[in-house]
Unconditional design. Structure first.
Length: 135
C-alpha cells in the first residue's frame, strides 16, 4: 500500500516542476499496482488543488481535483477519522525539520493502514523510517 503526497502529485501535474519526469515515470508503475493500493488523504487533495491554483490556474486545479476524485485507482481517505493520531504525530516531533500537519496525517494514515510506501519528493519524510519513499 502506498500513500500519495502533494509533492508527488503536484510534480506530475505541473510540467514545469523539477520532479515532473520522475513523477511521470512513477505514475505508470503506481497505476499498475507496483506498490499496492494507492491512498489519497483528503488533506493532500486540498493541498494539491490549492498549490496548482496558485502555480498554474484555477481551471487546471479543478481539473486535477476532479481527476483525483474520480480515479478508481485511488482510495480517498477522509482525514477527520485520523485527526487525533495526526495531532499526536505532529506534536511529538523533535528537532527543527518538522513535518507539516498534512504530512503528519500521511504518517498517521500510513501507520493505521499499514502502508509501507509513500510517493513523495519531500525530504521531511526521510525521518520516518517505516516508510519507503518512491520514486
Amino acid at each position: 500500500m502506498i500513500v500519495l503526497d502533494s509533492s508527488f502529485l503536484i510534480a506530475f501535474h505541473n510540467r514545469d516542476d523539477v520532479h515532473h519526469e520522475s513523477a511521470a515515470a512513477a505514475i505508470d508503475e503506481l497505476l499498475h499496482g507496483k506498490w499496492g493500493e494507492a491512498l489519497l488523504p483528503e488533506y493532500v487533495l486540498l493541498e494539491v488543488t490549492t498549490v496548482l491554483a496558485a502555480r498554474r490556474n484555477l481551471t487546471t486545479a479543478a481539473q486535477v481535483g476532479e481527476l483525483l476524485l474520480e480515479a478508481r485507482e485511488l482510495e480517498l481517505v477522509p482525514c477527520h477519522e485520523f485527526l487525533m493520531e495526526t495531532f499526536d504525530v505532529f506534536r511529538r516531533q523533535k528537532g527543527r525539520n518538522v513535518l507539516s500537519f498534512t504530512d503528519s496525517a500521511i504518517v498517521a494514515i500510513a501507520r493505521r493502514k499499514d502502508a509501507k510506501f509513500i510517493a513523495t519528493f519531500d525530504r521531511g519524510f526521510d525521518q520516518i523510517k517505516e516508510l519507503v519513499k518512491v520514486p
